[in-house]
Design a protein around this ligand. Structure first.
Ligand code: FCB
Length: 486
């Protein structure tokens, strides 16, 4: 990130100042979830446009056609971010807006939107943090086979070059992918996300090509960007816990850790696929064919910072041990598993924990453990919490306010966990709340509200929730208030 400016240096009492100097306070969104303007200025459909139009795939038949209309309202949205005191804004770029066919030259009108957004952010003193891919593959590339095809990685590297050329030096951090696990395994395994395919072998092939695309893009970005601009990738590392101390449950946890986490951290951070992952999945893919000479060297090009997204832990067992559900993994219901080779593992909800509107259990210690585990496994790796937050059933009161004490409690608990991890040695550089504002929550459509800012979709009015004011206060103090919420 950029250096701390004197005007944002911590001003509060020292006991509240356990976030490092320069710790970045941000909020995040993603293109398809907020932009709308789906067919404007040359944009063509992405796999999410197609998927959301397919009956039965998204709740209520919702689409991202209009979403939060960020495409038209970005100036107001940046002004709101400034009022809240945000230091960074994490957004993603719609590939089919800048390169409609996924190939060839860029469309200037599409690039202009991101140029204007970045200008506006810089003028407001907010660091742009851009993600190249938050799940919205141009439909044309899916029609050509999508991520299970190796050539899609080549297309992605070209797209990365376009973006680096257009905006490179004005963005603080470039992130290649957001949660490639979801793209590979929800998109091609369980099919609850676009493109909705249910092919376990294709999901594994997609994972490798997403890894390869990441490595190729890092090479391109590093070659084009000034040294001060950071590169990264964001992973949704599952904080996997065995239900009991049995050897069988330990093996289930190992399996889910392999195909949920180490399938990405292995090649990216160690330059190898884990042997146990290969053993668990060799009946589905021939890894020696899939992974070609030079791939691992490409994938393991160093990133400057690793983004981690965390919402809830993942509790697993073998099915024999109880009421667990082999599909109840918090990633959406499907008759098909997103865990190729480990389809028999059962998932559980922790007893006695409060849950969010997603039915995800609230467990800040999971975030602490996650940050400490990554620090132990990859010492010295700078980390950034690129998403954390919660959906609740928010509504506007007759007085026009949105009171969301549950979200404040959630954020307080998780920021406290970040602080503890920092105190215990994790190099966490920043925190991005998911989300800046309510938006299209993928297969749940508009039914789940994750925003710190409420969006009244019919009028597109933004109403900062109580949690937005609370977060603004945290940013001002550069620390948590002494007492948690009631
Ligand atoms: C993450 C996604 C983000 C949002 C949150 C709730 O997996 O990256 O777009 O949907 O979950």
């Amino acid at each position: 990130m950029t250096a701390v400016r004197p005007d944002i240096a911590p001003k509060q009492a020292p006991e509240a100042t356990r976030f490092p100097t320069g710790f970045v306070w941000g909020a995040a969104t993603a293109a398809y979830q907020v932009e709308g303007a789906a067919a404007e200025d040359g944009r063509t459909p992405s796999i999410w446009d197609t998927f959301s139009r397919t009956p039965g795939k998204v709740r209520n038949g919702d689409t991202g056609d209009i979403a939060a209309d960020h495409y038209h309202l970005y100036r107001d949205d940046v002004a709101l971010m400034k009022r809240l005191g945000l230091k960074a804004y994490r957004f993603s770029i719609s590939w089919s807006r800048v390169q409609p066919t996924g190939r060839g030259p860029a469309v200037e009108r599409g690039l202009d939107f991101y140029r204007k957004l970045v200008d506006e952010l810089l003028e407001a003193g907010i660091t742009p943090v851009a993600t190249l891919y938050h799940w919205d593959l141009p439909q044309e590339l899916e029609d050509a086979g999508g991520w299970p095809q190796r050539v899609t990685a080549d297309r992605f590297a070209d797209y990365a070059a376009i973006m680096a050329g257009a905006l490179g030096d004005r963005v603080g951090t470039w992130t290649t992918f957001n949660e490639p696990w979801c793209s590979a395994f929800l998109g091609y395994g369980s099919g609850v996300h676009a493109p909705g395919r249910t092919e376990p072998a294709s999901a594994l092939r997609a994972a490798h090509h997403l890894n390869l695309a990441h490595g190729r893009a890092i090479e391109v970005l590093r070659g084009q960007l000034p040294a001060a601009v950071q590169t990264s990738v964001t992973l949704n590392l599952h904080q996997v816990r065995p239900l009991t101390a049995s050897a069988a449950d330990a093996d289930s946890a190992r399996r889910i850790d392999a195909v949920g986490n180490r399938i990405f951290t292995g090649p990216m951070l160690r330059g190898e696929y884990p042997e146990d992952l290969i053993a668990d999945t060799r009946h589905l893919v021939d890894w020696s064919q899939l992974v070609r000479d030079g791939d691992l060297a490409a994938i393991s090009r160093p990133v400057d910072v690793l983004g981690v997204n965390y919402y809830t832990p993942t509790l697993v067992s073998t099915p024999a041990e109880g009421a667990g559900d082999t599909r109840n993994d918090g990633h959406g219901a499907s008759d098909h598993s997103p865990w190729p080779g480990s389809e028999h593992v059962a998932f559980h909800l922790a007893e006695g924990k409060e849950r969010t509107a997603m039915n995800w259990s609230i467990d800040p210690n999971g975030l602490y453990s996650l940050l400490m585990d990554v620090t132990r496994d990859h010492p010295g790796l700078p980390l950034m919490v690129t998403e954390n937050g919660a959906a609740f059933d928010d509504y506007v009161s007759p007085e026009g306010r949105v009171e969301d004490p549950e979200r404040i409690a959630y954020l307080h608990g998780h920021l406290d966990a970040v602080q503890r991890a920092v105190a215990d040695g994790a190099d966490v550089r920043g925190y991005f709340l998911w989300s800046l504002m309510d938006n299209f929550e993928w297969a749940y459509g508009y039914s789940k509200r994750f925003g710190a800012v409420y969006v009244d979709y019919a009028s597109q009015r933004r109403i900062p929730k109580a949690s937005a004011h609370w977060y603004a206060d945290v940013i001002r103090r550069h620390g948590l208030p002494q007492t948690g919420p009631a």
